[in-house]
Design a protein around this ligand. Structure first.
Ligand code: ATP
Ligand code: MG
Length: 336
């Protein structure tokens, strides 16, 4: 099975006046074709920074320091001075023009803030035409509109609405338009990023479910970023849990929910309500995530961890293969 994405030892930092915050700390992950990876963890743990690194769009003052990001693309991509041949592409070696050719056509990112991402002065159709012409200057307006109508139809939006302006759509429909714009170039990898200040949870769940339905039609490999683990239970094949810039546990969704190994994953799951178990006791994780500019020694999670021992305060744990088929970074794993 082809890995659409292969990240090794990625480090991303933000240089601020107070010091350097390492938002992504030696993260490695592989994403096989047609799978959906859910990326979860508390606000500020580095999910968006990791997602944006794949697009090479880490906002200032952030910078990719080191590591590898390899993307497998399934079509030759034309850029200003040549062609990026299909196959494995080393994102770190791509220049801005090359990245522009890959964004949209191979990697698409849904920033789920449709209010600010759509141009109020342009019709929905204009948005679709612009994106397609940027990637394929020879595409005619008629072809572009035709493709747009097809994509909108898959999203449950009638073709005749193509001449409407963004303000004529409801919030949920604007989000669908955003998804349509992400999909119209048929990207290989779709990254959907939910901001913490999301709409309500119901809309978020609905939209993710729809993306899931489009997965086969568009042959997508996906990364879903959310702080809502409940949503991932239904949509992700695999889950990676991040804490303070690091990957602390990964496994298939089923196993991760069934037998979480890292104390942080266990605590996160304790805070997710479960409609099938109304008697479940919900608890919140005490304390706050660490200041990434001045992180604790040893395990990043030890100040909040109920299972921490002396070694956790001084030695950093690394990811090891767990006997449940995943990976976990915890000194106490296997010793409890
Ligand atoms: N513009 C910035 N300037 C300085 N530091 C930043 C900036 N953006 C992010 N950071 C740092 O990077 C860390 C990770 O931020 P990131 O936005 O990737 O987290 P996140 O997991 O996506 O959070 P959320 O769930 O709130 O979206 C933050 O805790 C912060 O320390
Ligand atoms: Mg984020």
């Amino acid at each position: 099975m082809t890995d659409v994405l292969d990240i090794k030892d990625l480090i991303v930092e933000y240089k601020t006046r107070r010091g350097v915050a390492r938002a992504v700390d030696r993260v490695s992950l592989k994403l096989p074709e047609n799978r959906t990876l859910g990326l979860a963890g508390e606000s500020g743990c580095g999910k968006s920074t990791l997602g944006r690194s794949i697009m090479k769009l880490v906002p200032y003052p952030g910078k990719i320091i080191s590591g590898e990001i390899v993307l497998n693309i399934d079509h030759d991509q034309r850029w200003k001075d040549g062609v990026i041949p299909k196959g494995n592409v080393n994102i770190m070696e791509m220049n801005d023009e090359q990245m522009r050719a890959l964004r949209g056509s191979e990697i698409a990112y849904i920033f789920q803030d449709p209010m600010t991402s759509l141009n109020p002065m342009a019709t929905i159709g204009n948005h679709f035409v612009q994106i397609q012409k940027a990637h394929d200057p020879e595409a005619t307006e008629e072809e572009a509109i035709e493709r747009a109508m097809e994509v909108l139809k898959s999203l449950g939006i009638k073709g005749e609405r193509i001449n409407d302006y963004p303000h004529q759509f409801s919030g949920g429909m604007r989000q669908r338009v955003m998804i349509g714009l992400a999909l119209v170039m048929r990207p290989r990898l779709l990254i959907s990023d939910e901001p913490t200040t999301s709409l309500d949870v119901i809309v978020e769940a609905q939209i993710l479910e729809e993306i899931q339905e489009l997965k086969e039609e568009f042959n997508l490999t996906m990364i879903l970023i959310t702080h809502n683990l409940g949503v991932l239970a239904q949509t992700a094949d695999d889950i990676a849990i991040m804490y303070a810039g690091q990957m602390v546990e990964t496994n298939t969704t089923e196993v991760l929910f069934e037998s979480p190994q890292h104390p942080y994953t266990q605590a996160l799951l304790q805070s997710v309500p479960d409609v099938t178990r109304p008697d479940k006791k919900l608890t919140w994780i005490g304390g706050a995530p660490p200041d990434l500019i001045d992180p604790p020694q040893g395990c990043m999670y030890h100040p909040r961890c109920e299972q921490a021992t002396e070694i956790c305060k001084v030695k950093e744990p690394h990811l090891i293969e767990s006997n449940t088929g995943g990976y976990v970074a915890c000194h106490m794993y296997g010793r409890r």
